[in-house]
Design a protein around this ligand. Structure first.
Ligand SMILES: NC(=O)c1ccc[n+]([C@@H]2O[C@H](COP(=O)([O-])OP(=O)(O)OC[C@H]3O[C@@H](n4cnc5c(N)ncnc54)[C@H](O)[C@@H]3O)[C@@H](O)[C@H]2O)c1
Length: 248
């Protein structure tokens, strides 16, 4: 059991990727707290669930304090929270911009700021942020999302440097095309899937969220003790470049 005795907070814990991370962590012996705006039964037995709007700084602070009061200081924080709102350039509104940036970037920073003292008291910890291929590459119809994920990527590096002296490893996992509710409009679109299949070197389609969870588990395991500020792609080679079949 790679996470025995560890206490983990997973945000977006009711989402497609978050719940797979939760399942993996539970199987490895971690005690779990899941946070989400979604309500309902916990996706994982024995996890404590918290409702919080993590686009708001006060809610991030309240969440960190509540988890500490219930479970004690945490060792692991995985930020799977996110919104993906596509919007054409001319139609992008202040509201769209703020939602993407507040939830995907600002809240992540302030939750880390609130949780880091707990990890310091534990003598160290692990933080994994879920970035995206859109953090390293532009997508024409998602400027606010790209800005937020690009910011999250470089925030991960800056925090890795700031927190390494405390024994806290901060890293990111950058998913490509993952089959969750967030991307349902794409993986249910046959024409989109045919184009994607040609552009991926694997000629595959959408990956299952467990592929991302496996990378997160690795970064939270002892095997990743010397990894700081990495952005581990789980993208079937998307960011490596163009596939041989991209133009066929
Ligand atoms: N699915 C993909 O292809 C893909 C690709 C790249 C990156 N990502 C990233 O992975 C992460 C997880 O996405 P997913 O695919 O599991 O999507 P998802 O929609 O299934 O999960 C996201 C979760 O975040 C929660 N959430 C949204 N706003 C919130 C808020 N203000 N406060 C608290 N919780 C909130 C949602 O309720 C949901 O449960 C996101 O950061 C996303 O940007 C996903």
């Amino acid at each position: 059991m790679r996470l025995a005795g560890k206490r983990a907070l997973i945000t977006g814990g009711f989402g497609g990727i978050g719940r797979k991370v939760a399942e993996r962590f539970a199987a490895e012996g971690a005690t779990l707290a899941l946070a989400d705006t979604a309500a309902g039964e916990s996706p994982v037995a024995d996890a404590r669930c918290y409702r919080a709007d993590l686009g708001q700084v006060a809610e991030c602070r309240r969440l960190a304090a509540a988890v500490q009061a219930d479970l004690g200081d945490i060792d692991l924080l995985v930020n799977c929270v996110g919104v993906f709102e596509q919007m054409a350039f001319d139609e992008t509104t202040e509201e769209n911009w703020d939602r993407n940036v507040d939830i995907n970037l600002k809240g992540v920073f302030f939750l880390i700021q609130a949780a880091a003292p707990q990890m310091r008291r534990r003598g160290g910890g692990r933080i994994v942020n879920i970035t995206s291929i859109a953090g390293s590459q532009g997508f024409a119809t998602a400027q606010a999302y790209c800005a937020a994920k690009g910011g999250l990527l470089n925030l991960t590096r800056a925090l890795a440097l700031a927190l390494a002296p405390d024994g806290i490893n901060v890293n990111a996992v950058a998913p490509g095309f993952i089959r969750t509710q967030m991307t349902e409009h794409q993986w249910t679109d046959e024409a989109f899937m045919a184009r994607l299949g040609r552009m991926l070197a694997t000629q595959g389609g959408y990956m299952e969220p467990d592929a991302v969870a496996a990378a997160v588990l690795f970064l939270c395991s002892d095997d990743a003790a010397h990894i700081h500020g990495a952005n581990l792609g789980v993208d079937d080679g998307w960011l490596a470049g163009l596939s041989a079949t991209a133009f066929t």
